[in-house]
Design a binder for this molecule. Structure first.
Ligand code: A3P
Length: 283
């Protein structure tokens, strides 16, 4: 990887911070023109909300329901794709349907074509405190992101949305506007932790896949934190331990000061209380 300073690792596009190395401006510009398909399987999550967990689950659901292994060349995040891959006869364009796609982009920055084609979009969300903790550790272990310096510094950056892919709260409020859209479904990390089989059933029926109870059970067994961490070296190479860190609800209690926790509660109440997405987050 190219050696660049922490300051150069993030840049602004349409007012939001992005990773210079992972999703440079030419990628984001190119994505705006991307053509969606009605039968694309689109997975969206704010960073650290459990995206890779759901990628693992979805790949198994797709394989069980269609018999097609979606390992393919398609990477989990569309914004990692550059112009060379989005043009005709490229990996994305020539991929057979259904394409399994993913992104961390804010709903307003997802290519318009996905909404026009009424592509089904699955959104994974997680309570903001655990998301922040996960993002903090991730920033310190992912060389593409600036290191978090201290917890207190990262806390301030997260609260003001000065982190890669932007503000957690802005993303949540963006999805709030689409909560009644039948082509959008939100599943939470906490819900998956509580009853993974139920989440697998919900997601499958959203995409019109029917699985047997045995298939659901098999997928759930293969998608526990332990199982996914164990296979992470083959799925995520040397980033395996970074993407599969702790996998628990409530790790925020080991990081937040009482004052930070109170402030987060206030911001959550001010911005998300009374919203449908806020209720889903069951905060
Ligand atoms: P922690 O850092 O709290 O452990 P993302 O994939 O969006 O980057 O999210 C990463 C978070 O999801 C990490 O949280 C990771 O451990 C957790 N995760 C990944 N797979 C999981 C699983 N099978 N069960 C529970 N949590 C999982």
């Amino acid at each position: 990887a190219k050696e660049i300073s922490d300051e150069e690792k993030l840049y602004r596009y349409n007012g939001v911070l992005y990773s210079t190395l992972l999703s440079p401006e030419e990628h984001l510009k190119c994505l705006e023109k991307m053509q969606a398909r009605e039968d694309d399987i689109m997975l969206v999550a704010y960073p650290k909300c459990g995206f890779n967990w759901m990628v693992g689950v979805m790949r198994k659901i797709i394989a069980a329901a269609t018999g097609v292994k979606s390992e393919s060349k398609i990477p989990p995040l569309m914004e990692f794709y550059g112009p060379e891959n989005l043009k005709v006869e490229s990996v994305l364009d020539e991929a057979p349907s259904p394409r399994f796609l993913g992104t961390h982009l804010h709903p307003n920055n997802i290519p318009a074509s996905f909404y026009e084609k009424k592509t089904k979009i699955l959104v994974v969300f997680r309570n903001p405190k655990d998301t922040m903790v996960s993002f903090y550790h991730f920033s310190n272990s992912n060389p593409a992101l600036p290191s978090a310096k201290s917890w207190d510094t990262f806390y301030s950056q997260f609260m003001s949305g000065e982190v890669a892919w932007g503000s957690y709260f802005d993303h949540a409020l963006g999805w709030e506007k689409k909560m009644d859209d039948p082509n959008v479904m939100v599943v939470t990390y906490e819900e998956m932790k509580q009853d993974l089989s139920e989440s697998i059933r919900k997601v499958s029926s959203f995409y019109g896949f029917s699985l047997t109870d045995a298939q659901v059970q098999q997928i759930a067994d293969a998608s526990t934190f332990k199982a996914m961490k164990e296979s992470s070296a083959s799925s995520h190479g040397n980033m395996g331990n970074v993407f599969f860190r702790k996998g628990e609800v409530g790790d925020w209690k080991n990081h937040f000061t009482p004052e930070q926790s109170r402030e987060m509660d206030e911001v959550f109440n001010k911005r998300l209380a009374g919203t449908k997405i806020g209720a889903k987050l069951n905060y």
